[in-house]
Design a protein around this ligand. Structure first.
Ligand code: URA
Length: 298
C-alpha cells in the first residue's frame, strides 16, 4: 500500500475539525478494538521475527553518490521563535496517541488516503508545486512499528511517486533487511512531499508548510519508533538545533513515540565508514524493540 488513493477511491478532503471529529467518533466506537489492533501488530512482527531467523544480512559498500541529499553532519538551525506547532499546522497535528491506535487497519488506511489526497492537491510551495512531476506521500505498512523518516524526494522518487527508490533507497532497503525486517514491514516517508529542484535542501518555509502533513501521517500510523534519516529529518521533527552527531545514539521523544536519529543513506554512500555508526544505531533500535540483532556481514 502506498497511501495514495486510486482514482475511484478518493475521499473528499476533510477540514481539520471534521477530521478530529471523525477520529474522536472512531475512538469511542472502536475502543474495544484497541487490543485487537495491538494483537494484529504483534502478529505482524511475529512474522517479521520469524523471517529474521533465515535472513542473511548483507550490507555491501557502495561507491559514492554524486547527487546531493545528505547533509551530515551539519546543524540545521531553526528560525528564532519557531512555534512548537507552526501556524500552518492544522488542529489534526495534536490528535492524541490513543486516537489512531483505536482505528481499524482499514480506517487507518482511509485516514492516510485523505491526507494523501490533500498532499496531491497542495500548491502551498509555489516553486515545488510547479516543478514536481508528482507528490511523494509515503509507502509501507500503515500498522508499522517503525517509520523511517527522510528528507525529501529526489529525482527517482519524483518520477516514481515513492520515497527512497533511488540509490540511497536501495541502501535503506539493505539497512532494513540487515535489521531482519523488510521494506514492506515498515513505513517510509519524508519531511517534504515534493522534490526540491536540483535536490537542494528543503527551505525552512517548505518544511514548515509540510509539517502538518507528516505529523498527521505519523499520528495516524502511530509507530512505536521513528528513525530519522539525516540532520534535516531529525532536526525538523524534533525542532532541535543539535547536530545529527549529537542527536544520534539515544532515543528522543516525539508525541510519545521513541525517535532515533541516524545518518542519511545518501551520506553513507559518500562516506561508507559511517555505516558502522548507523549499524550501532540500528542495534539500539532492535534491542529496544526486543528483536534479535542479526550478525552483521559485509
Ligand atoms: N532522500 C530522501 O531523503 N528521501 C527520499 O525519498 C529519497 C532520497
Amino acid at each position: 500500500m502506498d497511501g495514495q488513493p486510486t482514482p475511484t477511491d478518493k475521499l473528499a478532503p476533510l477540514c481539520p475539525s471534521s477530521e478530529r471529529l471523525f477520529l474522536a467518533i472512531l475512538q469511542y466506537a472502536r475502543m474495544w478494538e484497541h487490543f485487537g489492533v495491538t494483537a494484529l501488530r504483534t502478529a505482524s512482527m511475529t512474522e517479521t521475527t520469524a523471517d529474521m531467523t533465515t535472513s542473511n544480512p548483507v550490507w555491501p559498500s557502495q561507491p559514492c553518490l554524486s547527487s546531493a541529499g545528505a547533509t551530515e553532519p551539519a546543524t540545521v538551525p531553526l528560525p528564532k521563535g519557531t512555534p512548537a506547532c507552526p501556524s500552518v499546522a492544522s488542529d489534526a497535528t495534536s490528535v492524541p496517541r490513543t486516537d489512531s491506535l483505536s482505528l481499524r487497519p482499514s480506517e487507518r488506511l482511509q485516514a492516510l488516503r485523505v491526507i494523501a489526497d490533500e498532499v496531491r492537491q497542495c500548491t502551498q510551495c509555489a516553486e515545488l508545486a510547479s516543478t514536481r512531476t508528482q507528490t511523494v506521500f509515503g509507502v509501507g505498512n500503515p500498522q508499522a512499528r517503525v517509520c523511517f523518516f527522510g528528507e525529501a524526494p529526489g529525482a527517482d522518487e519524483d518520477q516514481q511517486g515513492e520515497p527512497f527508490v533511488g540509490r540511497a533507497g536501495q541502501l535503506l532497503d539493505r539497512i532494513i533487511e540487515a535489521c531482519g525486517m523488510k521494506r514492506q514491514d515498515v513505513y517510509i516517508l519524508n519531511v517534504l512531499k515534493c522534490r526540491p529542484p536540483g535536490n537542494r535542501n528543503p527551505s525552512r518555509d517548505e518544511s514548515a508548510a509540510c509539517r502538518h502533513f507528516f505529523e498527521r501521517q505519523l499520528t495516524t500510523i502511530q509507530p512505536e519508533y521513528i528513525v530519522c534519516l539525516g540532520a534535516i529529518a531529525a532536526t525538523t521533527l524534533l525542532q532541535s538545533n543539535l547536530t545529527i552527531g549529537q542527536l544520534r545514539g539515544s532515543f528522543h521523544d516525539w508525541q510519545g513515540i521513541k525517535v532515533l536519529a541516524t545518518y542519511h543513506p545518501a551520506y553513507l554512500l559518500r562516506n561508507p565508514p559511517a555505516k558502522k555508526d548507523v549499524w550501532q544505531d540500528m542495534k539500539i533500535l532492535l534491542a529496544d524493540m526486543g528483536l534479535p540483532i542479526p550478525e552483521q556481514k559485509g
